[in-house]
Every structure is written in structure tokens, then in C-alpha cells.
Design a protein around this ligand. Structure first.
Ligand SMILES: Nc1nc2c(ncn2[C@@H]2O[C@H](COP(=O)(O)OP(=O)(O)O)[C@@H](O)[C@H]2O)c(=O)[nH]1
Ligand SMILES: Nc1ncnc2c1ncn2[C@@H]1O[C@H](COP(=O)(O)OP(=O)(O)O)[C@@H](O)[C@H]1O
Length: 402
């Protein structure tokens, strides 16, 4: 086999593009996937907050309004759309901040197929694109009063730049010292139920009579800040996360005995007698499930707090053998305000356009998309971004991976 030919700037002019004044009307682009056309955008220039997705079913000759899952991009000035792998449309926005300019609308990925099962409508899902990878989140479960919160606090205190806590939503009332947005997002049930329906939650469960859930944003906000995410969730939640696309480490904390658990709950003094009894009843089933369900990678007994904390650190590679410097947080992508977009194989080429002539200059940003990972309901990771030497113009072999 011969070497792949170099791709030069001249080639770009004849390649596929969709957006920014090409096939766009207002902020709309249309992308064909099989026998469907996905129209994304809004057909007036006044507001991008009304970003919508419509599907034209060519075989049935009808328009369909799909269920749109996930969080959509913040308002922007226009976008280009490029189909990738026949299952997702990459959206490159204009007028967005560097950390918010690459998005994916999944139209036929595994996640979308799963969500479509049992649904009568078409389903699509938004996922934000980010550079690089994040370390696996850590899921910590165990019965109420076992010491999860205490252990997590110790970890966050000792390694503040390394770990970030996933702030859950809950319908339970705040306890005395708990702060909204720090310990939990304290939420109305109706609001939380709507957000769950809209695909904004990675998992949720009814625990001790209240609704608790991890929003996709909560986990991704921590990953975006370059920290490793810690989730404190119940066993049902851990089971849901296990079944999701989030690749995590699962740790179950067990008490030395039921009587010790009861004593800790009482000494904590945050629950009424009735609430304590409810938590103890639930604890039995949780411990059984935790130990036997195969959900958890590790089980730690919290008998002596210091010993348990040392064991937790060992599991996470923090016993001195691993580097503890935080990973630098991945950067956004600084797109020129006026640009055109083209696709060549696994490369998306963004070309600066000069306002005077409207002609494309030779400044190129290349998004390599062959190693994309994750996706809805979380972020799409693994975007590799680099600039191409404007002097030689050729893309082959001269990139500088970021
Ligand atoms: N599934 C799920 N469980 C959660 C979430 N947040 C907290 N929990 C669990 O809900 C249970 C009750 O938590 P909380 O009301 O803070 O009481 P505590 O465990 O006694 O401190 C615990 O088992 C938590 O792990 C969440 O987002 N999802
Ligand atoms: N190993 C331990 N021995 C004795 N008390 C503990 C131990 N671990 C935690 N505690 C105490 O038990 C209570 C419950 O711990 P907490 O972290 O709030 O549990 P959870 O978050 O699992 O509900 C707290 O008062 C805490 O100080």
C-alpha cells in the first residue's frame, strides 16, 4: 500500500461543508443521515435560545419533532454541521466561548437507540465536546451513617486540587449546616422530575422516601475543572451508573456491625427517631446488595476511621506511590469569529475567513475526531485539536498534537 496523499488547502474548497452561509438559512443547517434529514437551528436571526431540532422523514414524507435529551448549547451566533460516523452530527458554533464551541447532536448512537426503545417519538441527544480525557470518577456507596461523608471530606481536605464532589440534587430538606449548591442542590420534586424526563440526570433513585439524583452537569463540571469526580450515591444509583456509559471505580463502605451503625446515626444527631429507624431498615438490604451484587469493585469496612481512610487512599493510588499533582485542566478551543468548516476523513478543518474579502486565509485549526469517547448523556471526550503550519499548507505529517 502506498502512503496516503497529503491533503492541501486547495483540496478543501471542493469538500463537504454545511453551515455559515452555505446551506444555511438563519441559523439552520440540514444534515442527511440515511433516509432522514436533521434540521438544526432556528429560522430567525433574533435568538438562538430557541435552538431546535426537526427531522424530515424522506420515506414517510413527513416532519417529525423529536424528543431532545441533554443540555443544549448556550445561545450563539451560527453554526456548521458535519456528520460523523453516520450516528452523530458535530456542531461547531460561532460566537461561543472557547469551552463551549464544539457540540454533538447524537442521532443514532447506542445511547440514542436505548432511549428510543419503548418511545413513540424519535430521540436525539446533545453532548458537549471537550478536549482530552478525565480520570475515572469514584462512586462511593454505603448505608446511611457508615461514614461516607466523613471519608470524602477527609479526601477533599487532603487533596483539594485533585478531587471535586459531584453535588447531587435532592428533594429532602437541608440539615442545619448544609448549603444549597455545596452539599446538595435542594430541589422541588416537580422540577427534578421534569429534568429527569429531559435526560439531564445520569441516575436517580428514591432513597429513604426522598428523590436523589446525579445530574450530568454535576459530574461534568468536576471533570471540566480537571479534577477527579467523587459521587456519594446509594446502591440503586451505583447500579444505574454501572449500567451507564460512565466508566467509574465503585467502592462500597460497610459498617463493622448494625449496632455500631445505629450508634453512629444517633451520635450524628441529624435525624429524628423515625428517620433513624427507616435508615436502619434500609441499611440491611443495602449491605446485602453492596456485598453480593457484583456492582462494586472494592468493599471497605469502616471500623477504625484512620485505617479505613488509609485503605481508601491505597485504592485510589494515593499512598505515596502515585503522583498527586492534578492534571492540568483541558483548554477550550479559540476559534476565529469568522470561519468555514470542512471535513476530510477523520479531520475537521476550520479555516479563518478574513472579513474584508470573505476569502479563506491559510490559518487552519484541525479537530481530529478519530478517538472520540463517551458522549451522551455526558460529554464527548478525546477531541484532539492542533494548528496547521500556514506556510506549508499541507496537513499530512506536520501537526502539533495539543
Ligand atoms: N442514587 C443517589 N443516591 C444519592 C445521591 N445523593 C445522595 N445519595 C444517597 O442518599 C442517601 C441519603 O443521603 P443523605 O440524605 O445525605 O443522608 P446520609 O447518607 O445519612 O448522610 C445516601 O445513601 C446517599 O449516598 C444521588 O445523587 N443519587
Ligand atoms: N470509623 C468511625 N468510627 C466512629 N464514628 C465514625 C466513623 N466514621 C464516621 N463516623 C461518624 O459517624 C457519623 C456518620 O458519618 P457520616 O460521614 O455522616 O455518614 P454517611 O455520610 O455515610 O451517612 C458521623 O458523626 C461521623 O463522625
Amino acid at each position: 500500500m502506498g502512503e496516503a496523499p497529503a491533503l492541501c488547502v486547495e483540496d478543501l474548497k471542493v469538500r463537504f461543508s454545511n453551515g455559515f452561509g452555505l446551506r444555511s438559512k438563519g441559523f439552520e443547517t440540514s444534515t442527511d443521515v440515511g433516509d432522514k434529514t436533521f434540521v438544526i437551528g432556528c429560522n430567525n436571526n433574533d435568538s438562538t435560545s430557541s435552538l431546535e431540532v426537526h427531522i424530515y422523514d424522506k420515506s414517510g414524507r413527513k416532519w417529525v419533532i423529536p424528543t431532545v435529551l441533554g443540555t443544549k448549547p448556550k445561545p450563539y451566533e451560527g453554526h456548521s454541521a458535519v456528520l460523523l460516523n453516520e450516528d452523530r452530527i458535530m456542531i461547531i458554533t460561532r460566537g461561543s466561548t472557547p469551552d463551549d464551541c464544539i457540540w454533538f447532536l447524537e442521532v443514532d448512537t447506542e445511547y440514542v437507540k436505548q432511549q428510543k426503545e419503548g418511545s413513540e417519538t424519535e430521540v436525539v441527544a446533545w453532548s458537549k465536546g471537550v478536549r482530552g480525557d478525565a480520570e475515572k470518577p469514584v462512586v462511593i456507596s454505603g448505608p446511611s451513617g457508615v461514614g461516607k461523608g466523613t471519608l470524602i471530606n477527609m479526601l477533599m481536605k487532603e487533596f483539594p486540587s485533585m478531587f471535586g464532589f459531584s453535588v447531587s440534587h435532592t428533594t429532602r430538606a437541608p440539615r442545619g449546616t448544609e448549603k444549597n449548591g455545596v452539599h446538595y442542590h435542594f430541589t422541588e420534586r416537580s422540577v427534578m422530575e421534569k429534568d429527569i424526563k429531559d435526560g439531564k440526570f445520569l441516575e436517580f433513585a428514591s432513597v429513604h422516601g426522598n428523590l436523589y439524583g446525579t445530574s450530568i452537569e454535576a459530574v461534568e463540571a468536576v471533570a471540566d475543572s480537571g479534577k477527579r469526580c467523587i459521587l456519594d450515591i446509594d446502591v440503586q444509583g451505583a447500579k444505574s451508573v454501572r449500567a451507564s456509559s460512565l466508566d467509574a471505580v465503585f467502592i462500597f463502605i460497610s459498617p463493622p456491625s448494625m449496632s455500631e451503625l445505629e450508634e453512629r446515626l444517633r451520635l450524628r444527631g441529624t435525624e429524628t427517631e423515625e428517620q433513624i429507624q427507616k435508615r436502619l431498615r434500609n441499611a440491611k438490604a443495602e449491605i446485602e446488595q453492596g456485598k453480593s451484587s457484583g456492582i462494586f469493585d472494592h468493599i471497605l469496612c469502616n471500623d477504625n476511621l484512620e485505617k479505613c481512610y488509609e485503605n481508601l487512599k491505597k485504592l485510589l493510588g494515593l499512598d505515596g506511590s502515585a503522583p498527586i499533582n492534578p492534571k492540568p485542566s483541558p483548554n477550550g478551543i479559540d476559534l476565529p469569529p469568522n470561519h468555514s468548516v470542512s471535513k476530510i476523513d477523520n479531520k475537521i478543518i476550520i479555516q479563518h475567513e478574513t472579513p474584508e474579502s470573505g476569502n479563506a486565509s491559510n490559518n487552519l485549526i484541525v479537530l481530529e475526531v478519530s478517538l472520540l469517547k463517551g458522549g451522551a448523556p455526558g460529554r464527548t471526550r478525546g477531541l484532539n485539536v492542533y494548528n496547521v503550519d500556514p506556510v506549508s499548507n499541507c496537513l499530512n505529517g506536520i501537526h502539533k498534537p495539543s
